[in-house]
Design a protein around this ligand. Structure first.
Ligand SMILES: [Zn+2]
Ligand SMILES: [Zn+2]
Length: 297
């Protein structure tokens, strides 16, 4: 039998599986591929490799049928409200940290036993079971994840909240809106956000950008990062949520906030562009401009 659950089949979308599903469902293979994570990666990650780590997609850390990493998030309220609970594709997206329907932060583990949600293991112990138990139930301890405690995150002003959510809840990924402008390709904006996040979480002195931005957003005090230099996809839900939103905040009122914080943190500007191609010209030009005059307030 071909491997299914001991591979990240959603991300790899192997042709044999797509063809088999097409046969069983009577739907065109192209339509089925469009429902996979691989399709999502094609659209948002210009540098994705089917077998390697994908940008913006959470790794599962697959070991046989176990999951060693917390790469599948879920919204407890969605699972509780579903007539027949199911797992959303967007729950594997690293920047999709809040439920678009319930405005709650997603969870990435069972609150009762602390393990990742292996929803596909419901048949455990009964290989002949046709109808598996609900996907809302933790297969390790039996806890109903629909009743997991919920947590919300409030941005300090509605403009930031709207801007962050507009990007987090993108649906078609063909375009994106930021700072009152619309961009033809969401991958382009995501690439810029990725560079800003890399600087915010850098283990070098450039990481002071995090404090400069956080101090502007939360002048009364802010959460520091748990660790510096760690990849975005390896971080917990709360830190991913904060880092993504802080980057969106920094790109608004362009280029005023960017210039202000870059100066306060004394960041090496060229590092925004290091080792990466495909950044949009408006961003590259601003980073390279040495004669920016700060705006008077
Ligand atoms: Zn929800
Ligand atoms: Zn559990």
């Amino acid at each position: 039998m071909a491997p299914v659950w001991n591979r990240d089949v959603d991300r790899m979308a192997p042709p044999w599986l797509i063809e088999r599903l097409a046969l069983l469902t009577g739907r065109p293979a192209a339509e089925i591929y469009e429902t996979t994570l691989a399709d999502l990666a094609d659209k948002i990650d210009t540098d994705h490799h089917p077998n390697g780590n994908s940008t913006w997609l959470l790794p599962l850390g697959i070991w046989h049928r176990e999951r060693l990493k917390f790469g599948l998030q879920f919204c407890p309220i969605c699972l509780r409200m579903d007539e027949d609970p199911y797992i959303r594709r967007s729950w594997r997206l690293a920047f999709y940290t809040e439920c678009e329907h319930h405005r709650t932060l997603l969870l990435d583990r069972c609150p009762s036993c602390g393990k990742p949600h292996t929803y596909f293991r419901g048949e455990l112990g009964d290989r002949n079971a046709i109808r598996a138990p609900s996907m809302a139930i933790c297969t390790h301890c039996g806890f109903d994840l629909g009743y997991a405690p919920i947590d919300r995150f409030e941005w300090p002003d509605w403009q930031t909240a709207v801007a962050v959510r507009t990007l987090q809840f993108m649906n078609d990924f063909g375009w994106a809106a930021l700072d009152g402008k619309t961009y033809g390709k969401s991958a382009e904006i995501l690439l810029v956000l990725r560079r800003v996040i890399a600087m915010l979480s850098s283990s070098t002195k450039d990481g002071q950008l995090y404090d400069a931005v956080a101090d502007q957003i939360w002048p009364q005090g802010y959460h520091v990062l748990g660790s510096r230099g760690e990849p975005y996809e390896a971080r917990g839900v709360a830190e991913r949520h904060r880092l993504f939103g802080m980057s969106v905040w920094l790109l608004q009122e362009w280029p005023h906030r960017f210039e202000m914080c870059v100066r306060i943190a004394d960041v090496r500007r060229s590092y925004f562009l290091s080792g990466i191609g495909g950044l949009p010209t408006w961003f590259v030009a601003q980073v390279q401009s040495a004669d920016y005059v700060p705006r008077r307030r």
